[in-house]
Design a protein. Sequence first.
Length: 420
Amino acid sequence: MTIAAASNAIDLSPSSTSLNGLDGINFFLAGMQAGFGPFVAVLLADEKWTQQNIGFVLSVSSLAGLLSQLPGGELLDASRSKRFLVAFGAIVVSVSALVMALWPILPVVLTALVLQGLTGGVLGPAIAAISLGLVGHLALAERLGRNQRFASAGALTVTGLMGVIGYFLSYRAIFFVSAALVLPLLMAVARVRSADIHFGRSCGQPDHHASTPPPKAGRLSLAKNHNLLTFAGCLFLFQFANASMLPLAGERLAYRNGTSAAFIISALIILPQIVVALSAPWVGQLAQSWGRRPLLLIGFSALAVRALLFAVTVDPPLLICIQLLDGVSGSTLGVLTALIVADLTNGTGRFNLAQGFVGTLAGIGASLSTTFFGLIVGNFGNVIGFLGIAAAAMSAAFLTWSLMPETKPSSDKGELFGST
């Protein structure tokens, strides 16, 4: 399926107020969601929960997030008010954090985490859709790079604040902070003007002058888009390799270094986020000049190199230096995932459904990763486990090199890409 460009593109120049509001959304939303990372397990352990119950509620939350991807994409393609979906999802996350802090008992926490997990199929893709609707396809790469910078800055700032609050006050207080962040987030949402968000563009439809957009492509057309399927397969392999890297490294450090491993693991988490915050806008610019494919190969190759180096060293300072490669992969994939999906679905009106599709496959890869490579490490040792991770990452790079075309559109002709 080849999608031709619309001949009569419209001019869209979003206001600086809307663009600054989008910066705030990325910052505060990442901060809110930071509380639902390792802090959940810490809170529940502090409340004397068993490991089995903690694992159960976290697994159910992950499953809810995975199952919400496709329905969330369909909802975003249909909804004319993506700002409302962001605001509603943020309120759900805030309420979930609040009730967990007030009543950390199994039924309440399970319900809260399921609701928070369900927002995963809407919030992240909604921000990508709003970005596309605001700036259009040709400016999307740099906008996604800016989004990634503010999201990483928000996650770093709020995670550090939560760590201090948890140390000096209580773990419950962390979730009160997470809930309170909904207020500045809603103010940021209000700054994004609905008139600046082009509905057709936000769904991947061509620019048009008519009051109603052109008809959307059929949902099953995504299954015939071979380039989209190839990219989804690459993301599956990437997440299959990446999701178990840090947990396995953390386990090995805990066995070797005891309680001091906590500081090392914190550094392994924080430093890559600094790399992402600094490099993501640059990645967006390079995606416009170099194209998408070279950066995709760099991101996958950085993961493979990181796994190989983790296999041969256990020295904490070296591991911290090697972990900076995670920032390389994070910044490239953070910018390129939505960008390449936009390239491959431009003109179809199914951008958000396609985001849900690739997000589902990536989530399945991440879910399988920790179990599979945990079994490999348990039976054959850490070295074989990390070599297996490197092999999966190199498979993603090989699939990209052999089958994935360059998807960057021609800026002078307004060419739109699809499968052929």
